[in-house]
Design a protein around this ligand. Structure first.
Ligand SMILES: [Zn+2]
Length: 340
């Protein structure tokens, strides 16, 4: 099969386009012919070498939409020819966490394209438990833009953040994949949503997404701007890490919650613990989400209550360009690649 793969870690130039053996589905596995795969920041971390012991060649790509090409023995939930979306997280399926619906806490939890071959290829092999129904009416590139970002956002806002109707919610980076999903999800709960952007051209787009207040953090003092206009917030959804964390805690109301799903500016944040015990602000960690959560998300996408935001669509052959776009330019919305 044709694929984009890496044989070493490094910049976008290590992404090679060539031939790799087509995977063969085993028991309870499904071979999917990839129609579209979206690019995530996770792909960039993996390409740069965040997991040093990854065997080569490795195929990136967590977010996949396509057609079932072949099914292994024992697969009963899909048939050859079905259009599907692939759930990016795999787990053992039999441990306590898996059976409690918390499979993102499974000790065998893996992400397609991160620990196992993903979707930058004509074909990808996935467990049958990772096959999701295709949201009717969506283009391939729209469907491929949904899973990882919306699952991460849903788990952070709803499951971990326990959003309530009408709360004030601050979503960092409303133009990012997860951010643009989190803004929309918070609006489903009639929240007053504040979001941040790093360039003026993104301000209008963030409002169009449904945000009630957009702050360009490069031009305005984030903490002061929000405190003056809105006061403290109930819930913060953050991935920025050490650069803003203390300000975000300051901005959270007494008894409020800060959900952290990443740390793009660095891991070593300093926190004034008085806000944690005295003001009783909760810091909550979140990564990905459970497989079961994806069904609700895809239904809301099908009903057009949630919309993937796409910045650019490129063919798989231009994977290097796709990575450069996401890495250097910081687009508004997702970069998606079409395959075949
Ligand atoms: Zn498990």
């Amino acid at each position: 099969m044709r694929a984009v793969y890496i044989e070493e870690f490094g910049g976008p130039e290590v992404l090679k386009f060539g031939e790799l053996p087509t995977p063969k589905p085993g028991p309870r596995e499904v071979l999917v012919r990839v129609k579209a795969v979206s690019v995530n920041h996770l792909d960039i971390w993996v390409r740069r070498g965040v997991y040093r012991d990854l065997p080569f060649p490795h195929v990136l790509g967590s977010d996949i939409a396509g057609i079932v090409e072949e099914v292994g023995p024992g697969v009963r939930n899909v048939r050859v020819g079905d259009r599907v979306v692939v759930n990016p997280g795999t787990s053992c399926g039999v441990c306590e966490n898996c059976l409690r619906g918390m499979d993102n806490l499974c000790k065998d939890y893996k992400i397609l394209g991160e620990h196992v071959w993903g979707g930058y290829a004509e074909y990808v092999k996935v467990p049958d438990a990772n096959i999701l129904p295709y949201p009717e009416g969506l283009k391939w590139e729209e469907a491929a833009a949904v899973p990882l970002t919306f699952l991460t956002a849903w788990h952070a806002v709803v499951t971990k953040g326990k959003i309530e109707q009408g709360e004030k919610v601050l979503v960092m980076s409303g133009g990012g994949g997860v951010g643009s999903a989190a803004v929309q999800i918070a609006k489903l709960f009639n929240a007053y949503v504040i979001t941040t952007v790093g360039s003026d051209w993104k301000v209008e787009r963030a409002y169009a997404l449904g945000a009630d207040l957009v702050v360009n953090w490069r031009k305005e003092d984030l903490e002061r701007a929000i405190r003056e206009k809105v006061g403290r917030v109930d819930l913060v959804i953050d991935h920025t890490g050490q650069q803003h964390l203390q300000r975000l805690i300051n901005l959270t109301r007494w008894g409020g919650r800060v959900v952290i799903y990443g740390a793009t500016s660095g891991y070593k944040a300093q926190v004034d613990l008085r806000h944690i015990f005295y003001r009783q602000v909760s810091l909550i960690g979140s990564t990905m989400g459970s497989k079961g959560e994806m069904f609700r998300i895809l239904k809301l996408v099908e009903d057009r209550k949630l919309k993937p935001v796409i910045y650019r669509v490129l063919p798989l052959k231009q994977a290097q360009e796709a990575h450069r776009l996401l890495e250097g330019f910081s687009p508004f919305g997702k970069v998606v690649m079409t395959v075949g």
